[in-house]
Design a protein around this ligand. Structure first.
Ligand code: SAH
Length: 251
């Protein structure tokens, strides 16, 4: 039986892949990868390495999660070194925990290889520090894609009243709802916010506004996924701190 490396691929820029991830990618007998993992990384695989795509396109699952779990498990029965490559960090909205549980129940050894999560690195490439002395003492990473299935935990909007930096992943198509909820609980309409798409890549695009105008700005700007949303006063630091010369920014 092989070993499975539940590996973070980083947010896009291949230089943000960790040395440990690169090492297992080079050793892998099979790589099971997602849409968000930069395909350039696959060029590092050795000759004969099997490549299995299990990503999602436009929100449609190519494979449901339980079948992905099974593909990983079957790969571990067949090969020595199995790399499960996932965008960003495997345990930040990456379902790496579910995959590990499935393997553990079947006696398969695994390791988590953390990756650079988009939640922090994409704002960084846009010149937005998620914390900043005197501006924000904490940040929170929240799903922007609330489950409609009641037994699952729901987002606790009421707990977001403080001035903490909020980072929403998977929220582009739910932006109006997110903004409305934040205004409803009392966040000022002037609170700066940004939507950043294809972060850390040459196609990075940032739309900067406030809670009152970000929805219409994003509608006009044609923003593509993947994209994340940053809300909080740290976004106002962008003008001073932006540095990534491949970024397109719309104020
Ligand atoms: N495990 C990943 C997140 C998976 S959820 C991580 O740690 O980064 C997928 C969401 O991540 C997307 O909907 C988007 O909100 C965000 N995301 C991932 N890569 C991104 C990128 N390059 N630019 C902007 N957002 C990104």
């Amino acid at each position: 039986m092989g070993k499975v490396y539940l590996t973070g691929a980083g947010p896009g820029d291949i230089d943000l892949l960790t040395i440990k991830a690169l090492r297992v990618v080079r050793e892998a007998d099979v790589i099971i990868y997602d849409r968000l993992a930069n395909p350039e990384i696959l060029k590092e695989a050795k000759d004969g390495c099997e490549l299995i795509y299990v990503g999602k396109a436009d929100g449609r699952h190519i494979l449901p999660q339980d079948q992905i779990n099974e593909v990983i498990y079957q790969s571990a029965l067949k090969y020595d070194t199995v790399v499960r490559l996932k965008g960003g960090d495997p345990l930040v909205f990456g379902r790496g925990g579910e995959e590990a549980k499935y393997l553990k129940e079947r006696g398969i050894a695994y390791e988590f290889i953390p990756g650079v999560t988009s939640a922090i690195s994409v704002p960084a490439y846009a010149g937005i520090p998620v914390t900043h002395r005197g501006t924000s003492v904490s940040f929170r990473v929240v799903t922007g894609h609330e489950s409609r299935h009641k037994p699952q935990r729901q987002v606790d909007w009421e707990s977001m009243k403080s001035d903490e930096t909020l980072i929403f992943l998977m929220g582009l198509h739910n932006l109006t709802n997110i903004v409305n909820n934040l205004i409803r609980i009392g966040r000022s309409k002037d609170t700066p916010c940004a939507v950043i798409s294809k972060g850390t890549t040459p196609d990075q695009k940032s739309i900067v506004g406030t809670l009152s105008n970000i929805v219409s700005k994003v509608e006009h700007a044609k923003v593509e996924t993947p994209a994340l949303i940053v809300v909080g006063h740290v976004v106002a630091l962008k003008r001073d701190l932006e540095w990534f010369d491949q970024e397109t920014t719309i104020y």
